[in-house]
Design a binder for this molecule. Structure first.
Ligand code: HEM
Length: 140
């Protein structure tokens, strides 16, 4: 029988965020980048609850600016793909399918816009469908 959708709420968002960042912190590729920038994790997690609450529930609880925080990081398409893979595994484990799909749709859109901004900040104007890959034909 098909799974029934359940409404996303703050409790589910908190579980997704806590599980996701626990995995990120242990990840070989992304863990060191986060640990270098985040020294006190609880405020970051609280900020991420507010962010996902605003994205998924339109609560306006988040009023930060993610772009400047990301354009300075040593990341490219491979990091975004890996971030999305860990996020996908997390939401597929914790949410019913429709909710997992909605989380993924939003995460994929935001990751894409962060990648465009990151490329632009590194003087690369990505064409539609093009990915930002460092050390290929783009300068670091
Ligand atoms: C390669 C992928 C990513 C890496 C390595 C990364 C890394 C980071 C780091 C290190 C911070 C903390 C920055 C600081 O406080 O100095 C941060 C903040 C944040 N990230 Fe990411 N991130 C990635 C992708 C994403 C994606 C895909 C999203 C959204 C779907 C996202 C949303 C945010 C938000 C909302 C903040 C908080 C910004 C603020 O209000 O200060 N990140 N990220």
């Amino acid at each position: 029988m098909a799974q029934e959708p359940i409404a996303v709420d703050e409790t589910l968002i908190e579980a997704v965020v806590r599980t996701f960042y626990a995995r990120i912190r242990k990840d070989y590729m992304l863990g060191p980048i986060f640990e270098e920038h985040i020294h006190d994790w609880e405020p970051h997690l609280q900020n991420m609850f507010a962010f996902w609450s605003s994205v998924m529930l339109h609560t306006n609880r988040y009023n930060g600016r993610p772009m400047p925080k990301h354009v300075v990081l040593p990341i490219d398409a491979a990091h975004f793909d890996h971030w999305l893979e860990i996020f996908k595994n997390t939401v597929e484990e914790l949410c019913v399918r429709v909710d997992a799909e909605l989380f993924m749709k939003k995460a994929t859109q935001i990751a894409h816009s962060l990648e465009l901004g990151l490329a632009f900040n590194n003087k690369v104007l990505l064409q539609p469908g093009e990915r930002y890959i460092r050390n290929k034909d783009h300068a670091l």
